[in-house]
Design a protein around this ligand. Structure first.
Ligand SMILES: NC(=O)c1ccc[n+]([C@@H]2O[C@H](COP(=O)([O-])OP(=O)(O)OC[C@H]3O[C@@H](n4cnc5c(N)ncnc54)[C@H](OP(=O)(O)O)[C@@H]3O)[C@@H](O)[C@H]2O)c1
Length: 324
């Protein structure tokens, strides 16, 4: 089969399209014929080998441990291991392979069943592949860490990117009033996915405004945590989705000594949350916003584009099958 392979850390040029062996599913795994995949930030970090922490966290100290990148996937089950209970050949699935060796930028991948869920029936392969990590991260940040409630005033910082476009829609589905922060060219996009208010960060600094928020979900984290805490309501919660040293180290003290909370999010692969997202999607409350689609052969270009940090929604890889 064809797959994108890298054997050293570096810029996107280290990613090469090669002929590789098709995986064989273990007893608890399914073999997926991949139709689409999408890029998440962890893919980029694991290809660069930076920040160095990603190597310590299982990426491989000197060279990449997992040779085929790609976590978010959508495809059809080709075959199943003997202990697989939930899926059978022919099923359409989507999932996040980030805890299970990656491998989505290829024609086939083996994955444990707990990383997968039935694909939303009303989505294309590309739309479904855009969902898993971005949407589940937003869900876990807003619902679990942020304890989102109907009627609350929520701010999404970085509302126009992969995570942000899901976060805006998920927050709306919980009945919140949503303000999305993005640059001028994305104002219409963020409004079109349901934001009640859009703040153009090139014109206005929300951390200096008189408005207060019950929950801030921050996918940019380019400010000190005190800037965000200042615009929280008295019992407000700040959830850093992007890594924030300031939130990580100062957050616990702020949370312990006052009524406001500061949390660093670390999403986890979770089948129940994938199913939750499938149901929201099928209920018409959430859709994927896709910026660009690239074929497997252009994965390095897709990484370069995503790495610029200004995607308008998700960057998706479409996998064509010429054989089999
Ligand atoms: N905690 C976790 O478990 C977890 C999981 C997944 C991802 N993440 C984090 O999420 C981040 C990547 O998110 P993503 O994939 O959604 O990124 P993305 O698709 O690259 O989107 C980034 C968005 O941020 C906007 N942006 C850039 N500068 C901004 C600013 N100053 N103010 C407001 N918006 C700004 C950009 O819009 P403009 O073009 O309009 O500037 C762009 O749409 C990474 O930091 C990653 O670590 C964390």
């Amino acid at each position: 089969m064809k797959g994108i392979v890298y054997t050293e850390y570096g810029p996107p040029d280290v990613l090469q399209l090669k002929e590789v062996e098709e995986p064989t599913p273990k007893d608890n795994e399914v073999l997926i014929r991949i139709h689409a995949a999408s890029i998440v930030w962890a893919n980029l970090a694991l290809v660069r080998g930076k920040p160095f922490l990603v190597r310590l966290a299982g990426g491989g100290l000197l060279n990449p441990k997992h040779k085929i990148p790609g976590g978010d996937v959508a495809g059809r089950v080709e075959s199943v291991g003997r202990n697989v209970k939930q899926f059978q050949p022919g099923d359409e699935v989507f999932g996040d392979l980030g805890d299970d060796g990656f491998g989505a930028f290829a024609e086939y991948v083996s994955a444990p069943e707990y990383a997968l869920a039935p694909k939303p029936a009303n989505m294309t392969w590309e739309e479904a592949a855009a969902v898993p990590q971005a949407a589940v991260t937003a869900l876990q940040g807003l619902r679990d860490k942020g304890q989102i409630q109907p009627g609350q005033r929520i701010l999404i910082n970085g509302a126009s990117g992969g995570n942000g476009t899901f976060a805006v829609q998920i927050a709306k589905s919980f009945g919140a009033k949503v303000a999305g922060v993005c640059s001028t060219r994305n104002v219409d996009l963020v409004r079109s996915i349901g934001a009640d208010q859009v703040i153009d960060y090139t014109q206005e600094d929300f951390t200096q405004s008189e408005q207060r928020y019950d929950l801030i979900f921050d996918i940019v984290a380019n400010r000190s945590v005190s800037d965000y805490v200042r615009v929280l309501s008295p019992k407000g919660v700040y959830v850093a989705c992007a890594f924030s040293a300031s939130a990580l180290f100062r957050g616990p003290l702020i949370s312990m000594t006052g009524s406001k909370k500061v949390v660093q999010l670390s999403h986890s692969v979770n089948q129940k949350d994938l199913v939750f997202m499938k149901e929201l999607i099928e209920a018409g409350k959430v859709k994927s916003v896709i910026d660009r689609r690239y074929p497997l052969s252009e994965v390095p270009e897709a990484f370069r584009y995503y790495g610029e940090g200004h995607a308008q929604g998700k960057v998706v890889i479409t996998v064509e099958h010429n054989t089999k």
